[in-house]
Design a protein around this ligand. Structure first.
Ligand code: SF4
Length: 346
């Protein structure tokens, strides 16, 4: 089955995104104190994904990538998890911590990549390939995870696919760029890749990457494998345009580790621009620059200081996953954690 995804159709409506963030230091300080008080009163822990607005990242108890945050949610003492990220991430936290109340500050925070395949479409694809093993990236809904044999992150996708016996077909979804990366690394012919994509990462292209790399030939390149430019980065390295050791294909968690250890003065970063805040904090001496400064996820930015305040005051929006779906989805997530080094997903 071939599916064409219209990236434009998956852009969040512009009226979802509240343009104004807090700007004055005193205003941010007052708001942050109020958030901490409300979280204490509600017995809540606040988690923020690396792509959130800077003030949300700074006020959170923990900032990180999707899987790392879900694991923190499961281990937390707090009875309520406030997940500042997109909906599938909050669902994953609920799958791993079913006894806790999970809130997302704005339930409209979706994900174009997770939306690129539904559970019905996956069932139809499976029917075309009976006996195939389904490997899904963590950017999927709970319903799709429930139809999945093993989930994977960008850090362990190659290990997960390599763990499937060579004579079994593999259905890999939903990201075509990560799928291409896995096919290249495993050399596997019987790997079928769903043609999904994230509109933000697909918009970071090879031409921009080439221009930036040529302008700053000594810079390291940090590239998320969901990027349209991941292939270009490897091609540039193969051609000798950029030394192979300067190209790092990394999950967002892997980028943070690499940021702390880099010896370079500048690093070009190919992923959502919210990541730069964490990287700069991890190593202030390095100049981290985006390959595409317009690569901002509108869904992530639906979470605002105002919506986080409302979530804590009013206890909304609560995330529910029905028990049967959660149980099946949990099994595919647990298998992922057992294979290779899963890292943290997006
Ligand atoms: S940046 Fe991440 S959360 Fe936003 S649409 Fe892309 S994959 Fe989904």
């Amino acid at each position: 089955m071939t599916v064409t995804v219209d990236a434009q159709a998956h852009q969040p409506p512009t009226d979802l995104v509240e343009p104004r963030s807090l700007t004055e230091a005193s205003e941010i300080e007052r708001w942050a104190a109020e958030i901490r008080r409300l979280a204490r009163d509600r017995d809540a822990v606040v988690l923020a994904h690396n792509y959130q607005r800077p003030e949300i990242q700074d006020v959170a108890d923990h900032t990180g990538d999707s899987l790392a945050l879900s694991r923190i949610a499961a281990a937390a003492d707090a009875s309520t998890i406030v997940f500042c990220g997109v909906h599938f991430m909050a669902e994953t936290a609920k799958i791993l911590a079913p006894e806790k109340t999970v809130l997302i500050p704005d339930a409209r925070a979706g994900c174009s990549l997770a939306d690129s395949i539904t559970a019905d479409e996956l069932r139809a694809w499976k029917a075309e390939h009976p006996g195939a093993v389904v490997v899904s990236y963590v950017n999927t809904t709970a319903a799709v995870k429930a139809e999945t044999d093993v989930c994977c992150t960008s850090s362990n996708a190659v290990d997960v696919v390599a763990s499937v016996p060579a004579d079994r077909e593999v259905l890999f979804l939903p990201d075509q760029f990560l799928g291409a990366h896995v096919r290249r690394e495993t050399g596997r012919e019987n790997l079928h890749v769903w043609a999904g994509e994230c509109h933000v990462h697909a918009g970071i292209n090879g031409a921009e990457l080439t221009a930036r790399a040529e302008a700053d030939p000594d810079a390291d390149l940090f590239v998320h494998p969901e990027c349209g430019c991941a292939t270009s980065a490897l091609y540039l390295a193969g051609e000798g345009a950029v030394p192979r050791e300067q190209v790092h294909i990394l999950s967002t968690g892997g980028m943070l580790d690499a940021a702390k250890n880099t010896t370079k003065r500048s690093v070009l970063v190919a992923t959502e621009v919210g990541m730069l805040h964490q990287l700069q904090r991890a190593n202030p001496a390095v100049d981290f620059r985006p390959v595409n400064e317009r690569a901002a996820c509108g869904y992530m930015k639906t979470i605002t200081p105002g919506s986080l305040t409302r979530a804590l005051r009013e206890g909304r929006d609560e995330v529910h996953v029905d028990a049967a779906t959660a149980e099946k989805a949990r099994a595919s997530v647990q298998r992922m954690i057992e294979i290779g080094r899963p890292g943290g997903g997006e």
